[in-house]
Design a protein around this ligand. Structure first.
Ligand SMILES: Nc1ncnc2c1ncn2[C@@H]1O[C@H](COP(=O)(O)OP(=O)(O)OP(=O)(O)O)[C@@H](O)[C@H]1O
Ligand SMILES: [Zn+2]
Length: 424
């Protein structure tokens, strides 16, 4: 039974790969036959509802058909942005991402569906976008964007607009600089929890990202969707607005969101516009005498990785940690789960007690914790657990300092619940 399932899964994977290759072949053939600079009757009909807008017309639609757009990040923002751009009839849409589809992506990354889990995001995005509009040339670029890879991409392609749909500061600086070097407008979006932001950089002598943020924020002040959470419809709103700004730029509309920042507060459904500063003549990249004229090491500059995936830390020595095997072998034990309340509610170990790390840091609501730590013998063990084993280390380190080592034996469970689940 298991073998049959495995065989079938492998067969489906192979067939999908063949289908993908054939579609790419067909696309190349279509390119040869469809090099017409006019709109076909079926295209006229397909885009008729936007062609009848006086500000678009046949000419505008043709402009869209001749345009090339690069979307970086095929996640929460890139999926809706890509959908509306493909549907609108952009001629060439390059989609770049290095990640694979995970189940936690599906509530917001709407180009990807259940059967795409485990596939690369660009492959899954390619399939969805081609299904939506086969006229569009979609190029999946499966790579991690850094100075080197992007220089190659920009040297081989000419883009009219770049859309920043990524989730980390290092990549934002990278995309900004590449767009300044190549004189391409950058439509930048972000979304977290119930709030989203949007603006356009490097457009018609407008400011760039570095004019606004000459120095990166301290890494510890940046929250990711994985940590802070996000309601799926929020990146949906911002991604669609990014597509709108791209179309406005391509069609040379007057109201492009340059020099302004749009802030969307989803909890009250309020849109606000904040006026931004003008281009800074002293800006190191877009100023009158730029000092940066080629990509730098953005991870070093920002002090953080060009990805928002949480990396494992190691701040305790091995005496203060226990591995999940040993942890599991002890039947009667005190377990403090330091994840946030909502994460604890989603799942937790029986008899574990939830005392969020953020409360330990702030020193609030710690009555239960103090009671436990002062009520047990000095040689008794108290286990601290979290999702990955990072916050549990931080909690143990903080509490050891606070109690000056004169309480129970505090142990962090290495690898956290992520590692524990592999024992089951
Ligand atoms: N330097 C980069 N090169 C390529 N892709 C990038 C880079 N930086 C970010 N991305 C991509 O941008 C996308 C951002 O989307 P989003 O934050 O919605 O997804 P996610 O990282 O999968 O989500 P989660 O934070 O829930 O794991 C991701 O798919 C990520 O792989
Ligand atoms: Zn600048």
């Amino acid at each position: 039974m298991t073998t049959n399932k495995k065989e079938l899964e492998n067969e489906i994977r192979t067939l999908k790969e063949i289908l993908y290759q054939k579609e790419k072949e067909l696309e190349q053939l279509n390119k040869v036959f469809e090099k017409s600079s006019n709109l076909s009757p079926s295209e006229i009909s397909r885009y008729s509802r936007q062609i009848i807008l006086p500000s678009v017309g046949v000419e505008g639609q043709l402009t869209l058909k001749k345009s090339a757009v690069l979307i970086v990040g095929v996640g929460g923002l890139g999926c809706p942005a890509g959908q509306y751009l493909a549907a609108a009839g952009i001629g060439k849409l390059d989609i770049l991402d290095s990640d694979e589809v995970e189940i936690t992506n599906l509530h917001r990354q709407i180009l990807h569906v259940e059967r795409n889990i485990g596939e690369t995001k660009v492959k899954s995005g390619y399939d969805s976008l081609k299904r939506l509009n086969s006229n569009v040339e979609v190029n999946p670029l499966e790579l991690h964007a850094n100075g080197e890879t992007l220089q190659k991409v920009f040297s081989e392609n000419k883009y009219d607009v770049v859309v920043d749909c990524t989730d980390n500061v290092a990549t934002r600086y990278l995309l900004n600089d590449m767009c300044v070097f190549n004189k391409v407008p950058l439509v930048s979006g972000s979304a977290l929890q119930l709030e989203g932001q949007l603006t356009v950089y490097n457009y018609k002598k407008g400011l760039c990202y570095r004019c606004l943020f000459p120095v990166p924020p301290p890494p510890q002040t940046v929250t990711s969707c994985g940590e802070g959470g996000v309601l799926g419809a929020i990146p949906g709103v911002i991604g669609v607005l990014q597509a709108l700004e791209v179309i406005k730029i391509l069609l040379d509309f007057p109201g492009v969101l340059s020099g302004r920042l749009l802030i969307f507060d989803g909890s009250d459904t309020v849109f606000r516009n904040i006026k931004l500063r003008q281009r800074n003549p002293q800006c190191v990249v877009c100023g009158d005498n730029p000092v940066i004229t080629k990509p730098i090491d953005y991870e070093q500059f920002c002090g953080s990785k060009a990805a928002d995936k949480v990396t494992d830390i190691k701040i305790l020595n091995s005496n203060d940690e226990t591995d999940v095997k040993e942890f599991n072998s002890i039947t009667k034990k005190i377990v403090i789960d330091v994840r946030q309340e909502a994460e604890f509610q989603m799942c937790h170990l029986p008899n574990s007690i939830n005392i969020p790390y953020k409360n330990i840091v702030k020193g609030i609501n710690l009555e239960a914790l103090n009671e436990i730590l002062t009520g047990v013998n000095d040689n008794e063990k108290v286990y601290f657990l979290c999702r990955r084993g990072n916050d549990s280390q931080r909690a143990v380190s903080l509490l050891k300092e606070k109690f000056n080592d004169s309480c129970a034996i505090l142990l962090s469970v290495a690898g956290g619940l992520n590692a524990y689940k592999f024992l089951l």
